[in-house]
Design a protein around this ligand. Sequence first.
Ligand SMILES: Nc1nc2c(ncn2[C@@H]2O[C@H](COP(=O)(O)OP(=O)(O)OP(=O)(O)O)[C@@H](O)[C@H]2O)c(=O)[nH]1
Ligand SMILES: [Mg+2]
Length: 246
Amino acid sequence: MPDYAKTKKPDVKLVILGDMNVGKTSLLHRYMERTFKDTISTVGGAFFLKQWGPYNISIWDTAGREQFHGLGSMYCRGAAAVILTYDVTKWQSLVELENRFVSLTDTANSDCIFAIVGNKADLTDTRAFAVEPEENGTEEKEQGPRASSSPAAPPKGHKQVSREDAVALYSRILQYKLLAEETCLPAERMCFETSAKTGYNVDLLFETLFSMVLPSIRRKEAQSDSPTVDLEECREVKGAKPGCCT
Ligand SMILES: Nc1nc2c(ncn2[C@@H]2O[C@H](COP(=O)(O)OP(=O)(O)OP(=O)(O)O)[C@@H](O)[C@H]2O)c(=O)[nH]1
Ligand SMILES: [Mg+2]
């Protein structure tokens, strides 16, 4: 067994935030377990550990229900990346991100990366609906009869949130964080539309973020490798010199 697999201490932390029902837990199930299954509304929070190459990445699922709102900033403490999730068919879910969730990220790392994710794209976007079965990895029994690359009927859901709305929110978040857009990751790369149901863009989302937090992991590693002062040794040296204050 490789050394890194013996210890499961997370090297970096990601948090997924957003209003209830937007599909946070479903996105994590899809990514971690390659399935779309029934969920129950999350209570408090849940923790997933993903081994990515030599790194252990902790991903925290949070509850969107208002009654758990107070816990959000605790989950965000020390996060290297935050996924702010909305439902493409619900305008209010984008509004809630700005009203309730962005401020919770004040406890995240100062160089925290933000991704804005519009989930349930299968309800509005033919490409997200028509993901190849092999690609989405979903078994027929979970998905029902629809498992074809050419959908029988196009998605009928009304898209209430456009990509431009998400990009505009990303810019406002940078302003809130007092970050200059030129020095940050561009909105085009940080706004995603996904479907936990079909798997559309789900791997892309998580793996893009993992590669973006690598510098943060390496910095942490470098800090723990940096030379440290042995206080015991210092005390002995000090003690050898009479008259030196201790
Ligand atoms: N069509 C479709 N439905 C989805 C998708 N993702 C989630 N759902 C459904 O949306 C509902 C809520 O999903 P959850 O993953 O529990 O939502 P959540 O954001 O974790 O909700 P809380 O835990 O209450 O904050 C469930 O009925 C899911 O089946 C998706 O991509 N497409
Ligand atoms: Mg949940």
